[in-house]
Design a protein around this ligand. Structure first.
Ligand code: PGA
Ligand code: ZN
Length: 426
């Protein structure tokens, strides 16, 4: 049973405060979890509760969320069976009583939800991936590594598009995929330095060079794949998250690197041209969170060429994913725990995707901690692919390292997802 519940403020990878929770049993078994924070957040995400007290952390303090755990939430859940995850999450949802977790805060609720799951795994003497996924938890994901950061993750200095990722789907194992990704990353660094471009990194560990177009990062990446000795498209392909809600205004897409604003139809053509020239197998948030009609067109045109993933569009919420499935708008949903704010609801979102042949693309946030929960969760859910930044910066590599540990622990039983993790059709 659950005994103590304790929350504190810690720092995330951007140096902003976030919530960490410790939970324990009466016999002093203890588990800990912390929550991440986004920068290009979707407008329909669950509420991240911040103090708004300008005298502390510029208003970003999370003392109120921490206090909610230490008082109200702790009192409501003490004594429950830690294996009753669904019951725990439902209790907290009911206690909060709002649609978007605005009263207690999704950051408070999620930290408790994850810490209790980890404690339950410990009580059951199982690794987290096994506890969460049972015997089917043996599929290692393709690591989609974000090696060039643009958009708001590079403070508007780089490309318009936020993320340029490499997916080493042709590797035989996850560990080999991590090695290949790291080698391409180091090759890219050399290429940038040789061109007198900055090799300083952005929020997710990728390089953030000043570039003249959105094509240039793709060219650099193809060169880096070749320089590292791999075949673009066959061994390693490219995934892109333009995070287009960030440059969508008045029904148009405003790219810093294009002379005029583009319509959804023109954006779709633009992506189609990029797909003609580069081995792109996944496009996330190609269009904006409110552009539902545009998405329909995008899917009709490009759904057979790349996995089309909705992030800001669906915000890990079954309500919006269901609409996406009914209206045939995409082929996958991005899955971020803190967009919805509890473990059970995240599992529901993934189950809905998988029931309909959709991909579930598991994701970190741009503001992270060293917590590796998503690594175990990806294996548990057989999600087949995840993105958790470049092979650089402690909070990013720790997730990849955890996946390598899991692969080793599974031994012969481990499978690598490879190319089939990417849903293309339509
Ligand atoms: P965020 O970005 O964590 O800053 O919201 C990640 C994404 O858009 O996928
Ligand atoms: Zn995104």
């Amino acid at each position: 049973t659950l005994d103590k519940v304790y929350a504190r403020e810690i720092l995330d990878s951007r140096g902003n405060p976030t919530v960490e929770v410790e939970v324990s049993t009466p016999d002093e078994q203890m588990a800990r979890a912390s929550v991440p924070s986004g920068a290009s957040t979707g407008s329909r995400e669950a509420a991240e509760r911040r103090d708004g007290d300008a005298g502390r952390y510029g208003g970003k303090g999370v003392k109120k969320a921490v206090n909610a755990v230490n008082t109200e939430i702790g009192e409501a859940i003490r004594g429950i069976d830690v294996r009753e995850q669904r019951h725990l999450d439902n209790l907290m949802l009911a206690l909060d009583g709002t649609e978007n977790k605005t009263r207690l805060g999704a950051n408070a609720i999620l930290a408790v939800s994850l810490a209790v799951a980890r404690l339950a795994a410990q009580v059951m003497q199982q690794p987290l991936y096994r506890y969460l996924g049972g015997l089917r938890a043996n599929l290692l994901p393709v690591p989609c590594m974000n090696i060039i950061n643009g958009g708001v993750h590079a403070r508007g200095q780089g490309a318009d598009f936020q993320e340029f990722m490499i997916a080493p789907h042709g590797a035989p194992t996850l560990s080999e995929a991590v090695r290949q990704g790291s080698e391409v990353y180091q090759a890219l660094r050399q290429i940038l330095l040789a061109k007198n471009l900055s090799a300083a990194v952005g929020d997710e560990g990728g390089f953030a060079p000043t570039v003249a177009s959105n094509r240039e990062p793709l060219e650099f990446i193809v060169q880096a794949i070749e320089k590292a000795g791999y075949r673009p498209g066959e061994d390693i392909s490219i995934c892109m998250d333009p995070a287009s809600s960030e440059f969508y205004r008045d029904g148009k897409y405003h790219l810093r690197t294009e002379s005029s604003a583009l319509s959804a139809i023109e954006m779709t053509d633009y992506y189609g041209e990029l797909m003609d020239q580069f081995p792109i197998i996944l496009l996330e948030d190609g269009l904006a969170e409110d552009d539902w009609d545009g998405w329909k067109h995008l899917y009709q045109q490009l759904g057979s060429r790349a996995e089309l993933v909705g992030d800001d569009l669906f915000v890990t919420n079954v309500k919006y994913i269901r609409r996406g499935i009914e209206e045939n708008l995409a082929s996958a949903a991005l899955i971020k725990l803190n967009q919805i704010g509890s473990l059970s609801e995240t599992f529901d979102a993934v189950a809905l995707c998988q029931q309909h042949g959709w991909g579930a693309f598991i994701s970190h946030r741009s503001g992270e901690t060293t917590d590796t929960f998503i690594a175990d969760m990806t294996v548990a859910l057989r999600a087949g692919h995840l993105k958790t930044g470049a092979p650089c910066r402690g909070e990013r590599v720790e997730k990849y390292n955890q996946l390598m540990r899991i692969e080793q622990a599974l031994g012969e039983g481990a499978q690598y997802a490879g190319l089939q993790a990417f849903t293309r059709r339509g």
